[in-house]
Ligand binder design. Structure first.
Ligand code: HEC
Length: 186
């Protein structure tokens, strides 16, 4: 039939003297056009990927669950281990070295505070118990710029640096930052 069709057939209508030929879109174009519409409907209905057997939302959830299983949240040190580190002069000394290397940029060389809060006073934003300090250091406060040290330092190093922070309490920093948070008398 396509062969019989006369080429460049003029349509009957004329607008302001302008006429047009009847040129249908090529078949490949029309097929692609309808295919995109069918694909859009299948996508919106969340039909499964070929061979996956689940919708893309379920596939996403599954991948996220796998990722979380492979990257467990870091565990905060337990209070007994922290108190043992405080009692051990070598571990506190190690902690001081870790503090000097990693923490002074934000908390000052003596813990008096710069960007980060003063660690020598009685005021704590995230709790002043030793296990609370351990939890804060482990998890960090990313929204405020405090890194997740549990993912950077080894668990032992977290214990040591927290033990050192614990010993900073009551010391007098050169330029103490004003207290922040709640009063937690020790
Ligand atoms: C890049 C800057 C930065 C570095 C480096 C940093 N901190 Fe912090 N830290 C902060 C900020 C900012 C806060 C306050 C978070 C908030 O306001 O919630 C904070 C809070 C804390 C707190 C909680 C204080 C409170 O009042 O509850 C502790 C404890 C702490 N940091 C310990 C450390 C230790 C230990 C290190 C090194 C291993 C360290 N920080 C390194 C920025 C930093």
């Amino acid at each position: 039939m396509a062969d019989e069709k006369p080429k460049d057939q003029l349509l009957e209508h004329s607008y302001d003297g302008i006429q047009e030929y009847d040129n249908p879109m090529p078949r490949w174009w029309v097929i692609t056009f309808w295919a995109t519409i069918i694909f859009a409907v299948a996508y919106a209905l969340n039909l499964g990927g070929i061979g996956v057997g689940a919708g893309r939302i379920a596939a996403y959830e599954r991948e996220m669950a796998e990722f979380r299983a492979a990257h467990p949240a870091v565990k905060a040190p337990d209070p007994a281990a922290l108190l043992a580190a405080v009692a051990n002069a070598d571990e506190v000394k190690e902690g001081k070295a870790i503090f000097t290397k990693n923490c002074t940029a934000c908390h000052g060389p003596d813990g008096g505070g710069i960007i980060g809060p003063n660690l020598t006073d009685d005021y704590w934003i995230h709790g002043g118990k030793i296990e609370e300090i351990g939890a804060t250091v482990t998890a960090g406060v990313l929204a405020k710029g405090m890194p997740t040290w549990g993912k950077i330092l080894k668990p032992k190093e977290v214990e040591e640096v927290v033990a050192y922070v614990w010993t900073l309490h009551g010391t007098t920093p050169a330029k103490p930052k004003a207290p922040e948070g709640q009063l937690v008398p020790r």
